[in-house]
Design a protein around this ligand. Sequence first.
Ligand code: AMP
Ligand code: MG
Ligand code: MG
Length: 289
Amino acid sequence: FFNTRRLNVQLMLDWLHLKFVGAEHCGLDDARNIARILIEMLKRPDGHCTVLHINDGLAPHLATSHPFSRPSQARATLPSTVCGVDYFLILDFEATCVDPPNHSFQREIIEFPTVVLNTQTMEIETTDEFHVFVKPDLNPVLTPFCTTLTGITQAQVDSGVSLKTALEMHREWMIRRGFITDQYPVTPKARFAFVTCGDWDLEVCLPTEMLNKPGLQCPPYLVHGWLNIKKIFKARYGIGVSGMGSMLKQLNLVPEGRPHSGLHDSRNIARIVKKMVQEGLKAYPWTTK
Ligand code: AMP
Ligand code: MG
Ligand code: MG
């Protein structure tokens, strides 16, 4: 898509077949053109832009320069949302591991959950979460260390699905839940943002495994951008945190479930997001690749 490090407003406009509107080097006009780029990207059914975070106050400005977004339309199609999203989708992978850590050991995902925080109801929707165990193929036998750490048993991964199947099931779940449509590759239907605790899950773990296993296709919504709750926590409270435990503590939340269970970790991260939204979180740094 935008596979260049030297991307600027003009290049993006060219790529989208849009003309620069207004005066160059005018901050307000630049900002309006960036907004037009965002709107155009959101209209394209290629799934690369999954979240709209637009300040309502900006819509009237856009309306004057964008032929497709008159104020009434802009407001009708872009209702204000909590933090710009309808759903936070919280994901925390568990993977094979050895003790002591060994860099040449190729780690594989063994637990793949996604927990939903609905920002309209502010409920963590436990009734239709995504959760599968994944069978590793490079190292199919879990180390005792891994089982002790994660609580995941050999029997659970033995009866798990392949990563390919897990990704397909995840996509079907995303469609069933109404987050995306079934058009190829992906068209966002709701505004959602994936949330992880750290960048490892979506920046390292999944992409590395995809690279090592040809034939796997990673859905755009899992690699193009996500929210790292640790960065958001730092930005919001000015406190750098090492992990989930310290965020829970700072927010006076008691950890629930089993530590290093992907599902329970995801639910605890969801509780952190919920508490932060309740404490007034409005905007956040976004991690993109
Ligand atoms: P987490 O989400 O923190 O539960 O960790 C994700 C994965 O990182 C785990 O499934 C392990 O593969 C690895 N991991 C986490 N903590 C440790 C640890 N203390 N020692 C070795 N590997 C770990
Ligand atoms: Mg984790
Ligand atoms: Mg975990």
